[in-house]
Design a protein around this ligand. Structure first.
Ligand SMILES: O=c1ccn([C@@H]2O[C@H](COP(=O)(O)O)[C@@H](O)[C@H]2O)c(=O)[nH]1
Length: 289
């Protein structure tokens, strides 16, 4: 049987080739209107496939926001399947932003849906919630590792409402005394150290570029140097964070940060989207140095 390449190694290869920008695919109603597309599943499909075609060969990663397809029910999922198929055929690394979370066999079923090779919704990595306990995701983690896929656990999210919960202190267990966000980061780092031998681990966390990580008890200068935990970082662009600040915000984690922007790129419209992506890829490259 062929050895499966880990998600961490595939992410490292993508970074080396295309840099660290991730283009979000978020077909908001207003964006569909700006793009002269109907606010329907067909409109969202056309939007997503145009973004994929513009990103292919320029950026390495795309992140479709599942909610904007789910709102159209089964037709939306068919549209999303086609966008995902295009993206994977174009060699883009695809992160499904679905923020799934559950326990036992239920989370296992989510992982089968999104991470099984050949599944209609197959992506390379999925955003998940560990707020039922990181251990509640064990079966999904096992499926991801077997298939060479990745998971990004919500840690310190970019929205201001997240802080009250995510900065709360864990009361018991191995991470007692740490904030919730820090406990998730530490748990994932340990799992990566045990299972990944490359530069980047296959399990990542979501850390918003808009948040003050020190306030969450996260010391960005204490990042591990091998099996570094990848960080999916929304918050650049429309939410206010500047790509130029990536090294300052993320310190030792910066080599593993996925710089995600959606609206700030997508608002360029269908005629200027290719140029907008090219410009952002260059900006992200200069920011990382
Ligand atoms: O902490 C988080 C986690 C996920 N998101 C998602 O990222 C994009 C951000 O879109 P922008 O237009 O670049 O603001 C969107 O799909 C969010 O649901 C996040 O913003 N923050």
């Amino acid at each position: 049987m062929n050895e499966v390449t880990s998600f961490g190694d595939r992410l490292s290869q993508t970074f080396a080739r295309f840099g660290q920008l991730c283009v979000g695919i978020d077909p908001h109603s207003w964006l569909l209107a700006d793009w002269n597309l109907p606010d329907t599943a067909d409109g969202a499909e056309s939007f997503g496939r145009t973004v994929v075609a513009a990103a292919a060969g320029q950026a390495g990663i795309v992140k479709p926001q599942v909610a904007f397809y789910e709102r159209f029910g089964s037709a939306g999922f068919i549209a999303l399947e086609r966008v995902l198929a295009d993206a994977r055929a174009a060699g883009l690394l695809v992160i499904g932003d679905a923020k799934r979370g559950d326990l036992g066999t239920s989370v296992e079923a989510y992982a089968e849906a999104w991470l099984t090779p050949g599944s209609p919704l197959e992506v390379d990595a999925l955003t998940v919630s560990g707020y039922m306990g990181v251990g509640s995701l064990d079966s999904a983690i096992a499926i991801a590792r077997r298939a060479g896929k990745g998971l990004f656990l919500l840690g310190a999210t970019s929205n201001p409402e997240g802080a009250a919960l995510q900065r709360a202190t864990v009361g018991e267990g191995a991470y007692a005394g740490a904030t919730v966000a820090r406990a998730i980061l530490d748990d994932i780092a340990e799992r990566n150290a045990q299972s990944d031998s490359g530069a980047l681990g296959s399990l990542g966390v979501v850390l918003g570029a808009t948040v003050d990580l020190a306030g969450f008890g996260i010391d960005v200068h204490a990042a591990p140097t091998s099996a570094l935990t990848p960080v999916l970082a929304p918050g650049f662009g429309h939410q206010g964070a500047q790509l130029a600040a990536v090294n300052t915000i993320f310190g030792g984690y910066a080599p593993g940060v996925i710089l995600s922007e959606s609206r700030s790129i997508l608002s360029a419209g269908p005629d200027r989207i290719t140029k907008a992506i090219q410009h952002k890829v260059e900006e992200a490259g200069s920011a990382r140095g």
